[in-house]
Every structure is written in C-alpha cells, then in structure tokens.
Design a protein around this ligand. Structure first.
Ligand SMILES: [Zn+2]
Length: 252
C-alpha cells in the first residue's frame, strides 16, 4: 500500500510459485536436467543474486545450485543448463540472457520457503499479527505470514512500499523503515491491519480486489474495503502521521 508514484514502473513479473508448487517444480527440473546429462542431479534452489548457477560434479552425480527464477525456464534454457554443467562454457550466454530477462525477479524476490523475519528492533510483528487477528478477524487471517520485508536496493528508494499483502505467497510484508522508535505503534498496527484486510477480503471475495498480486494497492479501494477499514479506530490519525512523515521514512 501507499506507493509514491513511480515513473517507468517495472513490467509485471512472473508469478512466484507457492512453496509446495516450487518443490514439485524443482523436482521436475532436476529430472529434466538429469535426463539430459544421464547422471543423477541433486538440485537446491537459492536466492543468491551474485551466483545464479553453480555446480559440483561428484562421483555420485551432480550437485546443482540454482536461483529459483530457473523454475520458469523453457526447454532451451534447461538444455543450456545441462550443457553448462557438462563443461560447455558457451551455454553460459543462454543462461545469462535468461537471467537478464528475469532481472526484476532476481533483485526483488525471496526464495519460496524462506521464512519472514518477524522480530524487529522495535516491533514484533508476530505479536502485532496475533493481536489484530483476534481483535478484527476472528482468527481468519491466522495462516497468513506477517513479517519484515527485506530492505530494497537503494536505487528503488524513490518509491516506498510500506506494507502490503502478497497474494502469491499469502504473506504480509512490512517495510523495515517502520521498525524505528519514532514510529508510533498504532501506525504499524494500521499498516498490518490494512494488509490483513486485503488478505481477508481476497479469501472471502470472489471479485477482484484493489491491489495487485504483489500487494501494491490501487489508487482506490472498493467500498466494501473502506467500510471494513473504518473498524480501525485510529485510521485517520495513522494516515495523517504517514503523510507527514513519508519523506523521512523514504530517506530510510
Ligand atoms: Zn490497500
């Protein structure tokens, strides 16, 4: 939610798989590379941005570490992976071209399955989540994961995404700029509440919700959303505080 306008926004990224889906697809990818190599492949997914592909040839097979973006790899890229692992350095170009095309994913997304950090220096989001779930949602958003987002790369700091519900991973991520003693607790509560409300409505509503899959809110929320949001007593005060402090939050 609460994005400053950003000129030249990045194109839509590929959807991230759920954890279970990622494991199934990783096993499938390992099978495909293994069939091409004619050797067993032990595959491990990473979110290491510096080294997207690394491998070790062992007597019992190949140990392959891959960035999770390769879960979406088409056949040509899978073939290039197999060639690269067999020592064909020319295949590297294909892998580089593919990872270049998925650059946004490499920079911004976590490996599916890595847990979110909940305990900050000032705020414990696990406690915030439990309290809000009990007070406003009758336990319905219990299964949603809530945690601190990783600090984005400095050059993306022109816009600040304070918090949102990521429907792909069913998690709420809160910007670490809010984990400071100068930020009132009710503001953190409000950001988490707002995102949990998106999660609750996404689960109960058939219709499209006013945010995209990565949890960025549209300019307008639905009337149903606004009505439910009014249940949060300090909503106006939280918005006011956020507007007044946005530039200092953005500076990090
Ligand atoms: Zn929203």
């Amino acid at each position: 939610m609460f994005d400053a306008p950003e000129p030249g926004r990045e194109p839509a990224r590929a959807r991230l798989p759920s954890r279970e889906d990622a494991l199934v697809r990783a096993a499938d990818l390992a099978r495909r590379v293994s069939a091409l190599l004619g050797r067993p492949v032990h595959l491990r997914l990473t979110d290491n941005r510096a080294t997207l592909v690394s491998y070790r040839r062992l007597p019992e097979g190949v140990r392959l570490r891959l960035h999770h973006l390769f879960l979406d790899a088409p056949d040509t890229v899978v073939r290039a992976l197999a060639l690269y692992v067999s020592g064909d350095t020319a295949a590297r170009e294909v892998l580089e071209a593919f990872s270049h095309a998925h650059h946004g994913q490499v920079r911004r997304e976590r490996r599916p399955g890595a847990p979110l950090r909940t305990r900050g220096r000032c705020f414990d989001l696990k406690a915030v989540h439990a309290r809000l779930d009990a007070a406003y949602f009758d336990g319905r958003v219990h299964a949603v994961e809530v945690g601190w987002a990783r600090r984005p790369a400095r050059r993306t700091r022109r816009t600040i995404h304070l918090g949102g519900y990521d429907a792909r991973l069913r998690e709420v991520r809160v910007h670490p700029a809010l984990d400071r003693p100068t930020v009132p607790a009710f503001v953190v509560d409000f950001i988490v509440f707002h995102a949990l409300l998106h999660a609750d409505l996404a689960a109960t509503d058939a219709g499209p919700d006013a945010h995209d899959a990565a949890g960025r809110c549209a300019a307008e929320h639905t009337p149903a959303f606004v009505e439910r949001e009014a249940a949060f007593p300090l909503r106006e005060a939280a918005w006011r505080w956020l507007l007044e402090n946005l530039s200092s939050l953005r500076r990090g």
